[in-house]
Write a protein that binds this ligand. Sequence first.
Ligand code: EPU
Length: 337
Amino acid sequence: MQVLQNISLKNYNTFGIDVNAQQFVSVSSIDELKWVLAEYKSADKLFLGGGSNMLLTKPINGLVIHLNIKGKSVVFENENRVQVKGFAGENWHEFVLWCIEQGFGGIENLSLIPGNLGSAPIQNIGAYGVELKDVMVSCDVLDLRDFSVKTLTNEECQFGYRESIFKQQEKGNFIVLSVILELTKSNHNLHTSYGAIQEELEKMGVSNPSIKNISTAVINIRRSKLPDPKDLGNSGSFFKNPVIASEKYQALKVVFPDMPQYPVSENEVKVPAGWLIEKAGFKGKTLGNYGVHKKQALVLVNYGGASGSDILNLARLIQKTVVRIFGIAIETEVNIL
Ligand code: EPU
């Protein structure tokens, strides 16, 4: 382990933003992490996982700690179920594929989500009808206030839609070290009802899908809409889908009869931000070397060499325009740094 000076973070964030970190260290064990924290007590710190949910708008004048702690193993199993533990630095998608290879079901719908295991509980990653909270038993965290390792249960993480205790009350207090997921070995609980999955399985000629088939269907759907950060800098959904009062939705529907919605509760609905942004005229809009993705308006992209503040300005313009047209505030899902 070596603390490096003045290095570019371009290859450490999926947006591919080229900003400088004053100091940078990659830690590959909990002991290394504790050592760095003790040694660099007074430094400003930024903890970096897969860098897939952040927009870097300025240089980091402090120490970047890259969490590269790896490892995965089965910690419990019986005939039907298994508990798998994975460390924070494991790549999420590779972990999903490994679980599928072992025949473990439950996270196949979360195939191809960028990022690492350590970030998964922070925003309760979700896609195609499944969220991390549906399978997570617990996670181990390092408490930055006293350097103790604690285990938080699923309930204690207070998961919501792209939400958790790590983004609320405990913001900045914990580093996720590992997660334990409970998966199925038989009688898998398949989720194929989410719109496009069924259609994709039919296209694949599959009528009795395996977990592998579902993973392949999700990969095909994601590849058709979402850009691969290896080819085009992006951070997945830049905004969260807003939740609004059903009453407000009914009023808007009079003016915009084709506005989609998903019920959330008796008196609230979720509106796809992608639809709002597309209606506001931003889908596929290109401003020099950055813009809004052509196939999914929820995704902002860096065509190469864009700065974080360029992209942030575009995001602000989108937010303002959506408020002006629909009276709906859309929040960023991505962390702005
Ligand atoms: N839509 C448009 N135009 C667009 C994009 C979407 O009109 O450009 C409308 C369509 O009506 C479509 C609806 O939005 O039917 C929903 O679109 P989609 O199924 O693509 O899902 P989403 O709500 O845009 C969410 C997640 C994605 C996740 C998909 C699938 C959020 C913020 N995003 O997107 O998550 O993959 O559902 O479950 O909840 C991510 O978090 O990075 C991410 C990609």
